[in-house]
Ligand binder design. Structure first.
Ligand SMILES: [Zn+2]
Length: 168
């Protein structure tokens, strides 16, 4: 939702907005190691996808498919770093970001983060959800616009009933 909300602040194409959602989410690819067991998960998640090298490679790799290459590269880079910040704040104790991996073993942590199940994460999710609804109502698009355009149109049609200003 962070990728979708941020992408809608810029003049970019539907494909670029879709790629922005991927950029905001894909650092957690390193969490797929969960399927290989808890021990592997704990030793890989927040490491391989949560560092500057991955951020640059992912931003560049996704920007190749964009019309607005520089604008999207910078957007993707910002979104990946927003992901890191949100992880540091809301993943709970014990999670760090090895930002300079693989060149340096320094891991960053913030002591003023909160519990994963804390109210702060629920409030952040609610704010982003409200942002998605507002985008559907006023910009007339949903995160499905690129992959499922017909369902997107139907959802936008329903969202118009929520419009309070100006009336449709
Ligand atoms: Zn993450």
């Amino acid at each position: 939702m962070s990728g979708w909300c941020a992408a809608n602040c810029l003049e970019i194409t539907p494909k670029e907005r879709f790629l922005a959602m991927l950029a905001a989410s894909l650092p957690d690819l390193d969490g797929l190691t969960y399927f290989f067991g808890q021990q592997v998960y704990w030793s890989t998640h927040h490491i391989y996808g949560h560092n500057l090298v991955f951020a640059l490679l992912l931003s560049g790799g996704l920007a190749v498919f964009c019309t607005h290459k520089l604008k999207c590269f910078l957007l993707f880079l910002c979104l990946i770093h927003l992901h890191f910040v949100m992880d540091l704040l809301g993943s709970g104790e014990g999670w760090t970001i090895p930002y300079w991996f693989p060149f340096n073993k320094i891991e960053y942590a913030w002591s003023f983060g909160w519990d994963f199940n804390g109210i702060e994460n629920k409030l952040a999710a609610l704010l982003f959800l409200l942002g998605c609804v507002a985008i559907a109502v006023y910009l007339k698009r949903t995160p499905l616009e690129f992959l499922m355009p017909s369902l997107d149109r139907r959802l936008v049609g329903w969202a118009q009933k929520l419009r309070i200003w100006p009336r449709p």
